[in-house]
Design a protein around this ligand. Sequence first.
Ligand SMILES: NC(=O)c1ccc[n+]([C@@H]2O[C@H](COP(=O)([O-])OP(=O)(O)OC[C@H]3O[C@@H](n4cnc5c(N)ncnc54)[C@H](OP(=O)(O)O)[C@@H]3O)[C@@H](O)[C@H]2O)c1
Length: 349
Amino acid sequence: MSQQKGFHVAVVGATGAVGQQMIQTLVKENFPISKLTLLSSARSAGKVVEVNGQEITIQEAKPESFEGVQIALFSAGGNVSKELAPEAVKRGAIVVDNTSAFRMDADKPLVVPEVNEADLHQHNGIIANPNCSTIQMVVALEPIRQQFGLKKIIVSTYQAVSGAGASAVEELMQQTKSIIAGETVEPKILPVSSDKNHYQIAFNAIPQIDKFQDNGYTFEEMKMINETKKIMHLPELQVSATCVRLPVAVGHSESVYFEVEKEGVSAQEIKALLKDAPGVILQDDPENQVYPMPANCVGKNDVFVGRIRKDIDEDRGFHMWVVSDNLLKGAAWNSVQIAERLVELGLVK
Ligand SMILES: NC(=O)c1ccc[n+]([C@@H]2O[C@H](COP(=O)([O-])OP(=O)(O)OC[C@H]3O[C@@H](n4cnc5c(N)ncnc54)[C@H](OP(=O)(O)O)[C@@H]3O)[C@@H](O)[C@H]2O)c1
């Protein structure tokens, strides 16, 4: 972190699962920072954290917290973003928002730099960071769309508990210990802390991420469907999703079925494309049992792809397995990457 020359950056939700990763990512990527303001709710205000050898006191997020802030990275829930992101913009900041508050607003770009960086130019002060499971899928699909066109996607996800915040990780750890010790568990957070029922996640799989909508899909599934179309600028793309929570701490996995427009494409051609694709690491060697797994992806910025194979019946259909660290490419790294691109494009005041 450069101290002399740089930008006044604020992290909102600095004590959260994503916020902590944002701070680490800013440091790791040597983002040019002249001042770092860390904000949370009143609960954590006053806590002192060390960032790159410097002690910073966390403050309660209020409209006036954004005086002088140039770049604000928000990850404190949708309500906080709705209330405070416009206040930050009013005071001259550019906001990169990790929540679902603005993602589908027509006047707010929803950006994954490997896919639609050009949309950054259309920003009106707020840029939305997509949902974690959407980001890793579109990074893997974009090179395929560019070369062969894309008609249809059916995705099933196997998502880590950290996607539901720091308290969900704690719940998984506690339940695991309790069950091994032969004690009963009292689920309080997963699948959705604000929903009616809570279920055991340790040694289980829960086919619900976020709340159910009237159409029988969960909000997480609808996020994947709608956000993919917006990011790829393909309103006609056929997308369907089933999202499942697993007892994995960090790293989302996805089984992605997709159909290309071009006929006669081989799995080998898809592999060759993804081998050189930006942000993608190809791990595909069935003979030697090489494929991506969440445990190997934790702490890495890339999207890992393997198990690429052609559908048995559909000439234009393919299957692949996509894994990434949901707190990094799915959240903190994508946000910092957007901030880096904004700086490089001269879009930060
Ligand atoms: N986890 C992921 O993989 C992921 C990925 C993409 C996007 N997101 C989104 O990012 C947001 C945060 O997720 P998370 O997983 O980091 O949650 P988390 O671990 O529960 O952290 C929530 C953070 O928000 C702060 N906060 C809560 N209420 C606040 C308020 N009224 N004013 C200011 N700060 C407040 C908390 O501060 P205190 O310490 O004071 O409570 C904490 O820093 C959510 O909207 C989530 O949907 C998460």
